[in-house]
Design a protein around this ligand. Structure first.
Ligand code: AIR
Length: 409
């Protein structure tokens, strides 16, 4: 049909769900995957097996594709600059992507733009980083966070020392392992928010409603869309910040701007992710256009899709691999969930069930009279069931005689 091919670096769940969106547009997503068993490699007909660390493998993936884009940010920036020099359309461009790869570059840029970020210091370039850290800790009333400047995600590479001694220990360990780190002032926050935005190559921008995210053990566990009780003013401010960052940095594709709502009701930017993001999974069932289709539209320079929510509330809950894999098969767990909650949208990634690994998510789209707490409880109950084979409300699928919740229309 002459439709374009987009190549994505990485074969994880984000690539798998982007491929799902590509199918609807008559396309095949080409994926650069480490193994044919990777979630996206298992479903795409156009797979390049290789490493995101190899310039040659990246070149093979980009060959003949309209754009090269990402399902994770762990790609060496120098390779991406080399590809751009060879004429590959790398989107988001490496000059934008670096702000999602390097926390120090990001902090410097955003604070330079006058955007709300916590105070920070670089501990990687200082002659005596210990002295810099001591001075900084003393100036931070609520303590500090130490972060690896590059490479961390899902809570990896982030440390929350509770005393000056602990902070110095973290610094000593990082120095010993050759990990460049920075320190930030700990933000006193009441909840976490995420503003998802898309920007096309042409420069069109669109934001989805701002969501509240709940993190557990450094990982996103739940997203509630829209963020309950967020004032219109704050929501607009968050969306405006996301659009401004996308525009100013020249982002092409989707981006998540993770923020804190501080104790005094202000916003503070935490992290940027320049790819489809966990906090946008709700859009697959709860918004007119999903983040995955939007990412393709943006990198292909198609007009962007509408981002309106389809319901007053949608909740996404992650399915994580359990500490102990349940005796009941996933097939049987799915069967029971479908029987009990016919309106739950199940998304599984065909990944091995390792403890705490993201293996799927459930979206529950609320009805007109549902409140966020009720929808959240149902989404989390469904996700925990798929993870562990345990119903958090004590329901026994084999002993139960009560009638399952009816399908809603
Ligand atoms: N991912 C990328 N950055 C953060 C996350 N969660 C997604 C990508 C990547 C996959 O997680 O889709 O390919 C890797 O998951 P895992 O469980 O193999 O570490």
């Amino acid at each position: 049909m002459g439709l374009p091919t987009v190549a994505m670096v990485g074969g994880g769940q984000l690539a798998r769900m982007t491929h799902q969106a590509a199918i609807a547009l008559g396309q095949t997503l080409r994926v650069l995957a480490a193994s044919p068993d990777d979630p996206a490699a298992a479903v795409s007909a156009d797979v390049v097996i290789g490493s995101h660390d190899s310039l040659d493998d990246l070149r093979r993936a980009a060959q003949g594709a309209v754009a090269l884009t990402f399902d994770h940010e762990g790609v060496p920036p120098e390779h991406l600059h080399a590809l751009v020099a060879e004429g590959v359309s790398v989107l988001p461009p490496p000059t934008a992507l670096i702000h999602a790869q390097d926390k120090l570059v990001m902090r410097r840029r955003l604070s330079g733009l006058g955007l709300p970020v916590p105070r920070f210091v670089d501990l990687s370039g200082a002659d005596d980083p210990g002295e810099v850290l001591v001075g900084f800790v003393e100036s931070c009333a609520d303590g500090v966070v130490i972060k690896a400047i590059r490479g961390g995600y899902d809570g990896r590479g982030v440390w929350l020392p509770d005393s000056l001694d602990e902070a110095l220990d973290v610094l000593a360990d990082a120095t010993a392992s050759g990990t460049p780190v920075m320190a930030e002032e700990r933000v006193a926050w009441r909840r976490e928010l995420s503003a998802m935005v898309a920007r096309s190559a042409y420069g069109q921008g669109a934001t989805w409603p701002v969501v509240e995210t709940v993190q557990r053990d450094g990982q996103c566990a739940v997203a509630i869309a829209p963020a309950p009780g967020l004032s219109d003013e704050r929501a607009e401010e968050a969306e405006h910040i996301a659009l401004q960052i996308a525009q100013t940095l020249g982002v092409v594709g989707v981006m998540a701007v993770e923020m804190f709502e501080t104790d005094d009701g202000a916003l503070s930017i935490n992290e940027l992710a320049m790819r489809p993001h966990n906090s946008g999974h709700w859009t697959m069932d709860g918004a007119v256009t999903s983040q995955f289709e939007q990412h393709l539209r943006a990198v292909l320079d198609y007009p962007l899709g509408a981002t309106r929510a389809l319901a007053p509330v949608t909740v996404m809950a992650n399915v994580l691999g359990a500490t102990e894999t349940p005796a009941m098969s996933m097939d049987e767990r799915v069967h029971h969930l479908m029987a009990r909650m016919p309106d739950a949208h199940i998304h599984l990634y065909a990944k091995g069930e390792r403890p705490a690994r993201k293996i799927g998510h459930v979206n529950v789209v609320g009805g007109p009279d549902d409140d966020a707490a009720t929808v959240r409880e149902r989404a989390e109950r469904a996700a925990t069931w798929l993870s562990t084979g345990i119903w958090t409300d004590g329901w026994d699928p084999h002993a139960a005689t009560d009638v399952p919740e009816p399908a809603r229309t």
